[in-house]
Design a protein around this ligand. Structure first.
Ligand SMILES: Cc1cc2nc3c(=O)[nH]c(=O)nc-3n(C[C@H](O)[C@H](O)[C@H](O)COP(=O)(O)OP(=O)(O)OC[C@H]3O[C@@H](n4cnc5c(N)ncnc54)[C@H](O)[C@@H]3O)c2cc1C
Length: 524
C-alpha cells in the first residue's frame, strides 16, 4: 500500500475518511474538485490521494475566500478543458448538490420534477392545510399583475372556499368515521385532518405555492436550467435564472455552458423550437383541443410489448450460457403449470414490496393512457423509472365532487369553486394568456397523461401507490393498472403480491368510473 509522509497525511486527513485503506470517502471538498479528481482517474497513473497532493491540494479555494472562488483554479481549469473543451458531458455527473425551491406554483413543480435522474421532496397538500396566510399576508398562490385583478379575485375565492369547507368537512369526517378502540387522541386528530385535506385538495388551484427540495448532479441541473429558460411560462424562466445563480454559487463549472455564447443560447433555442413545432402540428392537424371530451377518470392499457414467456427467458438470461432465443424456445415447450411454477420460484417469497425480482422483468413493457385528477397525476408523475408525458391542464376532462364533501354539506360550495376556476381559466385563454391559464384550475380537474413502463417498474408503482395510506384517486389508478395487466398477463400480475386492492367509499367510486370506462372500451 502507498505510504504518505506526516506532512502529506496532515493535508489528506481533512479530506479523506481514511488515509491508508483502499476504500475511502471524499470529505469537505468542493464538488468541482471531487469531480475533476475523478475525471483525472482515467489518465493519471497513481492513486487519488496522491493525485490530490500532486495537483489539487495547492489550489484548493480558501474557506470564505473574498474572491468567491468556490472551486480552486486547478479544478476549474480541468473542467473547462474536459467538460467544455472536449465535451465529455459525463464528468458533470460526478458532482451534485441540494437546492431548495420555495414558493413555487403547482404548475412549476411539475416542470422542476421532470428530470428523472434526480431526487425530490415536496411539501404535501395531504398533510398541510394550505389556507394559512403567507408571511407577507394573503393566500399562498402565484401572483403576476399581468394576469389581472380578476385572477387574484378568483384565487382568493378558491382559497376562501377551501378555508370555509375545511372545518366543516373535518367535523363531518370526525362524526362519520367511528373512533376505534384505544385509538390515541393525537393520531385520531391527525387522521381526521389528513382525510379532510385529502377530500378538499381538489379545490386548491394549480397556482397554489409549494416548497420543494432537489438533490441532483451538475448535469441534471444544467438540463433543468435550460428547459426552464426555454419555457414559455415567466415563472419557469425566472426560476431558471435563480437556479442558475444557486448552482453557480457552489459549482459554477458544471453550468458554465448555459451562458456561453453559441452553447447554452443555441440549446435553449432548440428546446423552445421543439415545443413550437409540436404546437404547430397539433393545430394544423386539429388535435389541439377535444370539443366533446369524456369527463371521467380512465386507465387504458394502450400498448404491450413482450409476453410472459419472454419475461421468463429474460429472467434466466444471466444464469444461462446459451442464446436467449434458445432459452425462449425451451420455455415455450413447458406446460402452463410448469411455467407458472417456474415464475413463482424465480420470483420467490417477496416478504415485502422492496424485495423485487431481477431485470428479466424489464423485458415486458406496458403503456398506459390515464385520465385522473391533477392531484393524482402530481403524485404519479414523480415516478422516474418510466416514461411519463402529460398534456396541458384544461377543464375539458371535467372534475369530480367527492360525495363525502357533498355529505358534509359543502357540495355546492365545491361546485361553485370549480365553476369559478373554469371561468377564470377561459378568461385568461381569451386574453391570450394560454400558458398561464392552468394556474386558475383546481387540482380536482382531470388531466390526460401516459405512463410507459416495464413490468419491474409496474410492480413497484402499483404496489407502492395502491397502499392504504395513499390518496384514493391514485390508489384507484394503481389498482386499475394492476387489473389491466392481470387481464393480459395473469402470471406476471400474480407476482405483484403487495398490490393492495382494499377499497373505501371514495376509491370505490373512482374505480367504478374507471371500470365503466374500460368496459365501454371493450364493447366499443
Ligand atoms: C404514501 C406516500 C406519501 C408520499 N409523500 C410525499 C411527500 O409528502 N412529498 C414528496 O415529495 N413525495 C412524497 N411521496 C413520493 C415519494 O417521495 C417518491 O417521489 C415517489 O414514491 C416516487 O419515487 P420512487 O423512488 O418510489 O419510485 P421511482 O422513481 O419510480 O423509482 C423506482 C425505483 O428505482 C430506484 N430509483 C429511482 N430513482 C432513483 C435515484 N435517483 N436514486 C436511486 N435509486 C432510484 C429506486 O429503487 C426506486 O424505488 C410519497 C409517496 C407515497 C407512496
Amino acid at each position: 500500500m502507498e505510504t504518505f509522509t506526516s506532512d502529506e497525511r496532515a493535508l489528506l486527513a481533512p479530506h479523506f475518511s481514511n488515509v491508508d485503506g483502499p476504500v475511502f470517502a471524499l470529505v469537505d471538498l468542493p464538488e468541482t474538485v471531487k469531480a475533476a479528481m475523478f475525471a483525472r482517474y482515467s489518465r493519471y497513473p497513481g492513486t487519488l490521494r496522491r493525485l490530490f497532493l500532486d495537483e489539487f491540494a495547492a489550489s484548493l479555494p480558501a474557506r470564505g475566500a473574498a474572491d468567491d472562488d468556490v472551486e480552486g483554479a486547478r479544478a476549474a481549469e480541468l473542467f473547462e478543458r474536459i467538460f467544455v473543451g472536449y465535451g465529455d458531458d459525463s464528468v458533470a455527473q460526478l458532482g451534485g448538490m441540494h437546492v431548495a425551491v420555495e414558493w413555487c406554483s403547482n404548475v412549476l413543480t411539475k416542470i422542476l420534477q421532470r428530470p428523472r435522474l434526480a431526487g425530490y421532496l415536496e411539501q404535501s397538500t395531504r398533510y398541510i392545510a394550505y389556507d394559512a396566510p403567507m408571511p407577507g399576508g394573503g393566500y399562498r398562490y402565484y401572483r403576476d399583475e399581468s394576469l389581472g385583478a380578476e385572477y387574484a379575485a378568483s384565487m382568493d375565492f378558491l382559497f376562501d372556499s377551501y378555508s370555509e369547507a375545511l372545518p366543516r368537512v373535518s367535523a363531518w369526517v370526525d362524526a362519520s368515521y367511528p373512533v376505534t378502540e384505544g385509538e390515541p387522541e393525537a393520531a385520531r386528530r391527525r387522521a381526521v385532518k389528513a382525510k379532510a385535506l385529502d377530500l378538499l385538495r381538489g379545490l386548491l388551484p394549480a397556482a397554489s405555492l409549494s416548497h420543494m427540495g432537489i438533490y441532483a448532479s451538475g448535469q441534471a441541473y444544467e438540463q433543468l436550467i435550460m428547459h426552464l429558460l426555454a419555457h414559455p411560462l415567466p415563472e419557469a424562466r425566472a426560476c431558471g435564472r435563480q437556479l442558475l445563480e444557486a448552482v453557480k454559487s457552489v459549482m459554477p463549472s458544471f453550468v458554465s455552458r448555459v451562458e456561453r455564447e453559441g452553447r447554452g443560447d443555441v440549446w435553449i433555442d432548440y428546446l423552445s423550437e421543439r415545443r413550437a413545432a409540436e404546437q404547430r402540428w397539433v393545430e394544423r392537424l386539429g388535435l389541439d383541443r377535444e370539443e366533446q371530451a369524456e369527463a371521467h377518470s380512465s386507465v387504458r392499457l394502450v400498448h404491450v410489448d413482450g409476453d410472459e414467456n419472454q419475461l421468463l427467458a429474460a429472467l434466466l438470461f444471466e444464469a444461462a450460457g446459451v442464446p436467449e432465443d434458445r432459452t425462449l424456445a425451451t420455455v415455450e415447450t413447458l406446460s402452463d403449470e410448469d411455467r407458472a411454477a417456474m415464475l413463482a420460484d424465480l420470483v420467490g417469497e417477496r416478504a415485502n414490496r422492496r424485495h423485487r425480482p431481477g431485470r428479466g422483468f424489464e423485458a415486458v413493457r406496458y403503456r398506459f393512457e390515464i385520465v385522473s385528477d391533477y392531484g393524482a397525476f402530481r403524485d404519479l408523475q414523480r415516478h422516474r423509472m418510466l416514461t411519463v408525458q402529460w398534456q396541458g391542464l384544461t377543464p375539458d376532462l371535467g372534475a369530480e365532487v367527492p360525495e363525502e364533501v357533498v355529505a358534509a354539506g359543502c357540495g355546492e360550495l365545491y361546485e361553485r369553486a370549480l365553476d369559478r376556476s373554469r371561468v377564470e381559466y377561459q378568461r385568461l385563454r381569451d386574453a391570450g394568456l394560454v400558458d398561464a391559464a392552468p394556474y386558475a384550475l383546481c387540482l380536482g380537474y382531470r388531466i390526460r397523461y401516459v405512463l410507459d413502463m416495464n413490468a419491474r417498474e409496474a410492480m413497484h408503482l402499483t404496489e407502492l401507490r395502491s397502499a392504504r395510506e395513499g390518496h384514493a384517486s391514485y390508489r384507484a389508478v394503481a389498482q386499475a393498472m394492476h387489473d389491466a395487466i392481470a387481464d393480459i398477463h395473469p402470471s406476471i400480475a400474480a407476482t405483484f403480491r403487495h398490490v393492495d386492492h382494499s377499497t373505501e367509499p371514495r376509491l370505490e367510486r373512482i374505480l367504478a368510473e374507471i371500470r365503466g370506462e374500460s368496459r365501454a372500451q371493450l364493447t366499443a
